[in-house]
Design a protein around this ligand. Sequence first.
Ligand code: MIG
Length: 764
Amino acid sequence: MSVNSNGLLYFEHLQPPPSDRKPTAQNEEAASDSSKEKQEDLGLWQEKFGSFLDIKAHGPTSIGMDFSLHGYDHVYGIPQHTETLLLKNTSDGDAYRLYNLDIFGHKIHDKIGIYGSVPLLLAHKPNRTSGIFWLNSSETLVDISTKAVAEHTPSRSASETAKQRAVPLTDVRWMSESGIIDVFLLMGPSAFDVFKQFAQLTGTQALPPLFSLGYHQCRWNYEDEQDVKAVDAGFDAHDIPYDVIWLDIEHTDGKRYFTWDKKKFQNPRKMQEHLRKKKRKLVVIVDPHIKVDPSYPLYAQAKEKGYFVKDRNGQDFEGICWPGSSCYLDFTNPEVRKWYSDQFAFKTYKASTNILFVWNDMNEPSVFKGAELTMQKDAVHYNNWEHRDVHNLYGFYQQMATAEGLIRRSSGKERPFVLTRSFFAGSQKYGAVWTGDNTAEWSYLKISIPMLLTINMVGISFCGADVGGFIGDPEPELLVRWYQAGAYQPFFRGHSNMESKRREPWLFGEKNTQIIRRAIRERYVLLPYLYTLFYRAHTAAEPVMRSLWIEFPGKVETFDVENEYMLGNALLVHPVTEKEAKTVTVLFPGPEEIWYDFRKFKRVEDAGTVKIPVTLENIPVFQRGGTVIPLKTSAGKSTEWMIDISYELHVALDAEACSIGELYVDDGHSFKYLHKKQFLHRKFSFNKNILSSSCVDESGQYHTTCVVERVIILGFGKQPTFVTASAKDGKKKEVVFTYDMKTSALTLENLALSVDADWEICIS
Ligand code: MIG
């Protein structure tokens, strides 16, 4: 990698405003006057944007720099855009823009920034990954140009002639509106090294409470307590697991967050007690704009304490949002964050209980009638930072304060769950993100995969897209396909717009209900694996959802694949994103890899690109040979109903008839795994016809009565004669088994092997 090889390193020299040019109220008037001459007086100290005037208190500020990536022609990262996984050449179009915006009905294949930004770019060539982290939270543009250059190889001996060959080169140019050049070059050499290096700078994924990996049911809006109860009961009536029901902005008293609409929610505490008995949770929305209303305590207090963002004249910045005239809390101020997090205390947030968790929306921040629907850049934050300097951090800080609030209300004991729409580098420490207002069309289902892969690549594993598509009404087939895709993505929530028709999973006929039920149940059964992956994300910065190239860094054919991905290192997922699909074309990286159908256990015959037949029921998911996946033997009504359900291991053999995998278990909700080391981290390995369970981390201990009940070994070559199981220093006992000649799957039943003890299964 070389820096400034195109000579594009630059920075504005800060200069005192010439006294005759100093921006004043008069000049401002003058500028809004169309007289060109007067406008030029202020030169670069102001800018007009539509009807908005941006006065630059510090004058012109901008910085930029270029990087050349030698040998690379695949670059990724810098979310969030509705774009392909592989970043495109920008030389004949728009640059990628990083500027958090609320764009309702955003278009597909657009380089304008939406909602969140992470200024991390990754570059990959065979077996080598590098990263560039441009730490700047002002509006940023990234230009990318990939080309082939001639490389001259001098002759090594008299007999050899000098050679010319074409090698790829990618130039990346970063430009930011303000701030300093603060850039980190992450040298890998592997993608996993880059993830670790980035995590050292920005933190790792917070370990989610287990319930939040279940299915979430959301809508704008669930109307009232009766509606909530009825939807909750609908899940039981249709035997569909779910963990969380959500309340959007209409649950509040006039969009005053932390309050309840007294007519629709007369007894929110009782409603939560009802959900608690069902072992389920509630998530409510809490937006950052605060209604201008002196009788609203939150507004009155924040006003009095000076906690709002100011306009350039030092008054509280006022914008229009859901509640009408609103002020915006200045989350960049640590004192404001502390105060805000105190608002989540049970005694302060009336009728909130410990099953209530939080959703932060509109935190780009969204300002109706603002320039590009956001806050003016010349608004002023804590310590006199202009909004232009910190824009992309606004949502990050709100989520930080919210997560701290939820931790603090539990006296530091419980893990928070906070979903945010806006994000920045490091948001992974505070919870989950989603991709905002997508549309109920096939193309949005398709683009959600590269969008989520990109977000995962920059540290934020816990992300998802609204299942079904937020805007509009999905045809039933699309809804079904979206559930099947979402079931194998990190954050799994169905959500729909106010104008959309109701969309609870049982409203589309018995057949579709059944298929959706099956997809959600597959998700619940898979949770031990998913939770283990989140533990790896939390402790080792490994993304949960991975583009193929991350797992197969030497295989060029995987570098631009964005219609399938790996969930951890063991599952290959290829969601169906075409209407009326009869087949999907799956790329199975090979040839040394072996792949098995995750549900039918049968080995995939050929490597490479294979046409797999599908029906509406199928989710094309494949297990990689050499891996062990822990599952539950069945699903329950919610994650909490499943605590005692036993485990099942899927042991998929590789070419050497070996495999290896892990299981992480803890109480699923507290910080005891951290402070009291109450967890289990187990390893399962299969070698020479022996499957053994051992401990990965001796420092952790956790008691569970759960057992491993069933083991399915995929790709077992022959019918065994005898199978025994033994605890490390205990008695051997014979195991009941069945062998399926057609699939070569060997099933061992009624094992009752402790999860928290060492044991061995020998097959002869
Ligand atoms: O502009 O709170 O993306 O999920 O339902 C609409 C109402 C405001 C936008 C969010 C969407 C949410 C909606 N919000």
